[in-house]
Design a binder for this molecule. Structure first.
Ligand code: CO8
Length: 257
């Protein structure tokens, strides 16, 4: 697939996807999402890639789904094409994904960021679910993921008023893991991703799966799941290497086995 809305690069073991529709503040058209899906599928299959970063520009991570594309959509069309299902590739990606967000992350932009495993925010980031102002509501997981991330009171206010949240409030509320100066955002996100990619890939993937399980089950079931996965880790060569390296006071060399 030839990409016209994203730029795809690899930085050693990190896959980088930069949303690149500057004229539309990276509005998430069907074509852009198809390109993101394609790039993610390739990074998933690439044994050398241990972590993925999705970012936008300094002005906008993404200002939402493409309103001009959705404007005349009918109910049967959206039902038949199962509109928005294409985005599930991001949420279902098994490798760790970081969203590096500067500028606007609105509507589907915020939902895309929340589909990633964590968000690092530039200090100029602005998050919001303004769909209500367009006569709709979030449709790519926003009502669910935002509520789990920041709690009912703030999520309800954001979704019902459409107001934006700045980076400080987003960090205070638990929507983002950290704030960094916008000029250093990509460098910081790539460095964080490189740290993750330097670990054992299967262990990182099992860790991601276990943390995500906490959203989908009870505490008792989640702890049972964690324990099964934890036991399985003793079958990996990377566990032997990681623990031996600690005991021998050296840096581990994970072989991803
Ligand atoms: N869709 C299409 N085009 C957009 C979008 C968008 N979401 N956002 C901005 N643009 C375009 C503008 O139309 C404009 O284009 P043009 O130059 O041709 O007129 C260009 O980008 C620049 O935008 P502005 O001139 O408006 O820039 P400002 O700096 O003045 O304002 C804002 C920036 C505040 C971000 C403003 O552009 C804005 O409010 N954008 C819309 C934000 C929004 O409502 N987002 C939610 C969209 S709905 C949604 O995401 C539903 C998700 C459900 C799942 C989706 C599945 C696909």
């Amino acid at each position: 697939m030839t990409y016209s809305n994203i730029i795809v690069e690899t930085h050693d073991k990190v896959g980088l996807i930069t949303l690149n529709r500057p004229d539309a503040l990276n509005a998430l058209s069907a074509q852009l999402i198809a390109e993101v899906d394609d790039a993610l599928t390739k990074f998933q299959a690439d044994k050398n890639i241990g972590c993925i970063v999705i970012t936008g520009s300094k002005k906008a991570f993404a200002a939402g789904a493409d309103i001009k594309e959705m404007q005349n959509k009918t109910y049967p069309e959206s039902y038949l094409e199962n509109f928005i299902s294409a985005w599930e590739t991001v949420a279902e990606c098994r490798k760790p994904i970081i969203a590096a967000v500067a500028g606007f992350a609105l509507g589907g932009g915020n939902e895309l960021a929340m589909m990633c495993d964590f968000i690092i925010a530039g200090d100029n980031a602005k998050f919001g679910q303004p769909e209500i102002r367009l006569g709709v509501m979030p449709g790519a997981g926003g009502t669910q993921r935002l509520t789990r991330a920041i709690g009912k009171a703030k999520a309800m206010e954001m979704c019902l008023t459409g107001r934006m949240m700045d980076a400080e409030e987003a960090e205070r509320s638990g929507l983002v893991s950290r704030i960094v100066p916008a000029d250093n955002l990509l460098e910081d996100a790539l460095k964080t991703a490189a740290t993750i990619a330097s670990m054992s890939l299967p262990i990182a993937m099992m860790t991601k799966e276990s943390v995500n399980r906490s959203f989908e089950t009870t505490l008792t079931e989640g702890i049972k799941f964690e324990r099964r996965v934890f036991h399985a880790m003793f079958a990996t060569a990377d566990q032997k290497e990681g623990m031996s390296a600690f005991v021998e006071k050296r840096t581990p060399e994970f072989k991803n086995k």
